[in-house]
Design a protein around this ligand. Structure first.
Ligand code: NG1
Length: 508
């Protein structure tokens, strides 16, 4: 069992000196504000997803890595019954959270868009975890000052990093000095459900389980598991460059038409497949329906008589995902492929409109004109296939770096086309950045994370890096955002190396 580490120095950062100064400044600000030194720091990193988007909530494996940008909380216990949270970014005003004295978990008022709501998500899951072993535990009061370097709404999981840092802070103040990575992942994957987001588990798994120099294969079935592995060592060295489109994706606010709607569409799509083939499939999606992964497993075992796929073997995965891609071509009519109405969807599932509404449209608010079940299925099965193809080319690396980079780049480009055309999760600015990337030395470029704005991940190598960076600066940032300072541009374009996951830092 691997534990969330407690470290006594900052050597895990590539620039230790800079971070030492950052933590010292944070300590000083904390002392000024709260009149005591912090007792410890809880930190959790952002992540970049290399390939496999909007498929985690369908239970298909994804390939992210934790990166160095992170959220750090300086924390110290205090007297009283209030948790005080503040942020080095003054746009997030200080909040005071009353600890319920009857032992219940805090409640979240979803009609307010306060940053403290995300803190409460961490507090709730930490409290529930503590109550698993100590039902009578009374939460302690504390002060926490947060400092984040993950761009907000940039698709690099600022929200997951924040929720995990908050969870770790609450756990540690309340006497949980050790927690396994698997427990921290298990409890934090549902954090954001408390603010109404029906997310999958990729971000939290990546942020908790990150390892230096390794990407992660995160699988959700048969169990949630993060397997760290090294990508082939290419010559010249592979580099992932992240460029922020600076179009902020307000994931929670736009959830009814964007993120949560995708979750609903694929749930309906999975149930349609189950119904067509009379499959017995587990009802284990966030909505309590079948998943596209579940119906793949059911179709292969119940109709084709195959054994269950372990979710990792790429050869089996490629074949089965291709089968599902062929299947969706024949189960929908040409008209249905362009989207279906609520009535059509209910009819395909043999449900009344009111039963359909109850089952699919009432857990999380969604708004739509048509339900794009075919195109979303095509994206999900296609991107899951590309994850397997990525594993295959990594396993088959024969020393030909150029071939590997080209193949991986093509998969990333195909993923971007599907994100844009089948999943409608790109934006014109993101498309522009991808195009500029490919024209200027990227082997492949795609939107990473939820999309609808946010960041692009470009695959390149050290030799091509400078020219690529310059082209993005001149042709995207200087052109579209002429008022950006050099510093702001530096923050918008970052080289991301796989970094360690969440940890506690205690000064010696
Ligand atoms: P980001 O990029 O952090 O918004 C979201 C979901 C993931 C996953 C990706 C798309 C959260 C916390 N995370 O990530 O689970 O579905 O979109 O692949 O909402």
């Amino acid at each position: 069992m691997s534990l969330v580490p407690t470290v006594n120095d900052l050597s895990f950062y590539s620039d230790e000196k800079r971070h030492l100064a950052r933590y010292q400044t944070l300590s000083k600000s904390f002392a000024r504000r709260y009149g005591s030194e912090p007792q410890f720091f809880a930190r959790a990193p952002g992540r970049v997803n290399l390939i496999g988007e909007h498929i985690d909530y369908c239970h298909f494996p994804v390939l992210p890595m934790a990166i160095e940008v992170d959220v750090v909380a300086a924390v110290a216990e205090c007297a009283g019954t209030t948790i005080n949270i503040s942020n080095t970014d003054e746009t997030f005003a200080e909040e005071h959270i009353q600890i319920p004295q009857d032992g219940s978990t805090v409640s979240i008022d979803l009609s307010t868009a306060l940053w403290g709501n995300y803190f409460k998500c961490g507090l709730i899951v930490a409290h529930k975890f503590i109550r698993e072993s100590n039902p009578q535990h009374k939460l302690k009061a504390f002060n926490a000052l947060f400092d984040g370097t993950v761009p907000t709404g940039g698709g690099l999981s600022s929200s997951a990093a924040f929720c995990i840092a908050a969870t770790l802070a609450c756990l540690k103040v309340n006497g949980v000095n050790e927690i396994s990575k698997s427990d921290l992942t298990r409890i934090t994957v549902v954090c954001e459900h408390y603010v109404g987001l029906s997310n999958g588990g990729m971000d939290q798994s990546a942020s908790v389980n990150g390892e230096d120099s390794k990407v992660l294969l995160i699988s959700f079935k048969p169990k949630l598991e993060a397997t760290p592995f090294k990508l082939p060592a290419t010559q010249p060295e592979t580099v992932f460059l992240i460029s922020n489109s600076l179009i902020v994706a307000n994931k929670t606010e736009t959830a009814p038409t964007n993120y949560n709607l995708r979750v609903v569409e694929v749930a309906i799509a999975a149930d349609i497949i189950a119904k067509k083939f009379s499959l017995k499939a587990a009802h284990d999606s966030n909505l309590g329906t079948a998943t596209l992964r579940g119906v793949l497993d059911s179709y292969s075992t119940q109709i084709l008589g195959q054994t269950v796929w372990d979710g990792k073997n790429p050869e089996v995965g490629v074949e089965r995902l291709q089968t599902m891609l062929d299947l969706i071509e024949i189960i929908y009519t040409e008209e249905e492929k362009n989207g279906i109405s609520t009535k059509q969807a209910a009819d395909l599932l043999g449900l009344s409109i009111s039963d359909f509404t109850k089952k699919y449209l009432s857990k999380f608010e969604v708004r739509y004109n048509t339900l794009n079940v075919y195109r979303r299925s095509k994206h999900v099965y296609g991107d899951a296939l590309r994850v397997m193809q990525t594993l295959r080319i990594a396993n088959d690396f024969d020393g030909d770096s150029e071939k590997f980079l080209r193949n991986l780049g093509s998969l990333m480009d195909e993923s971007q086309v599907s994100t844009r055309e089948n999943n409608n999760a790109s934006t014109p600015d993101c498309d522009e950045l991808c195009r500029l990337g490919r024209q200027n030395g990227a082997y492949g470029s795609r939107v990473t994370g939820a999309g609808f704005g946010g960041c692009i991940v470009h695959l390149t190598d050290v030799d091509k890096l400078t020219a690529l960076r310059e082209a993005l600066v001149e042709q995207y940032y200087r052109k579209n955002f002429p008022n950006l300072s050099d510093n702001e541009i530096d923050e918008a374009i970052v080289i991301s190396k796989p970094a360690i996951g969440a940890c506690i830092y205690e000064q010696k």
